[in-house]
Design a protein around this ligand. Sequence first.
Ligand SMILES: O=C(O)CCC(=O)C(=O)O
Ligand SMILES: [Fe+2]
Length: 392
Amino acid sequence: MEKLVSSWYNNVQPLPETYIFPPDARPGKLSTLPSSDNIPVINLGGGGAEGHDRTRIVEQILGASQEFGFFQVINHGISENLLHDTMDVFREFFALPPEDKASFFSEDPNKLCRLITSTGNYDRENVHLWRDALRHPCHALEKFIPLWPQQPLKYREHVDKCSTQVRKVALNILDSISEGLGIGYGHFSDELSQETLLSVNHYPPCPDPSLTLGITKHCDPNLITILLQGDVHGLQVFKDGKWIGKVLNFGEVHRVWVWRILITGLDLLCFGSSLFLLIYTFPYLGFNFQDRFWILDPPLGVEPLPQGLVVNIGYQLQCAEHRAVTNSSNARTSAAFFIAPSQDCHIQPATALINASNPQIYKGFQYKEFLSNYLMKQGNTEVVLEPFKLQI
Ligand SMILES: O=C(O)CCC(=O)C(=O)O
Ligand SMILES: [Fe+2]
């Protein structure tokens, strides 16, 4: 339990060395994100004429899946209240006193419902991740609910409702993908999407977000993931060799520049250049002025939309690389619902898509084979697919 970042982060300054990533893996200053491109937002219906056009939605989902492997959906049918209540029970779980969480903490990978820190493999990793996580299966509900936390009191009620609805949205999206690919409605139902696994990630405020990560660059091993990211930035997507971020709207850009000009003016007028120096020194004095007011470095990442669900296509369909960064002022909690094949499911390309100009690239495998290789390679995107490539 004492290994959990949430147990000790409050008294620690500076960032402990075991959490500092090698220079090439560090996020650096968030303002250095090279691209302000962002993932598409797709309206699944209910909002305006465009939202009801099924063919257009299928086109948008397929396009976003192929181009980004990532998108957000709105008007998906899950109420904003349910999303809020569910995120609240997750945050409340991490805020419980240590004695109320202790029975869930475990380093045994076979324990179905467990609280972990970092990757869950703390003693065998070189650098630790700045995150704790609560993990458990959700589907089939009646089988797994008895394993879930009973505190906070509403945990089981809200997570039960939310995971059922998230699963429905995911299956609808999978149907749109199979429809768009022309491989028949329901191609991904049954064994290919049999399981729902939940990982609630908790990233406490971090003394130096530029040196560490909440989650390193990876693709999810499953079929499709639905992520609730609450209202704090932190998710970044890797596309065409670049980390892509949030597009600041006019008001936000305006605000940043008004503040920058004001500060520079004040600085020159009153202090020569010392105020700037002071602002840059604040983080080292324990008060991160920049992150708190994002006057100098706006926060960047996939924009949290109040009702948005982030959808991410996993390895069994495509690979969409992403990571989670931390920040120094706010704790961030995100909930990833991984829709995954059953362990024994045989994965192979849809035969209708294979032809002379589109040959098969990967051999068929059992999902559990893929998972054990994924875990052995620690999700390293450079090598995970190697054993499954066909020699062409
Ligand atoms: O916290 C996030 O935004 C990302 C979480 C994630 O990528 C994961 O749990 O696999
Ligand atoms: Fe992920």
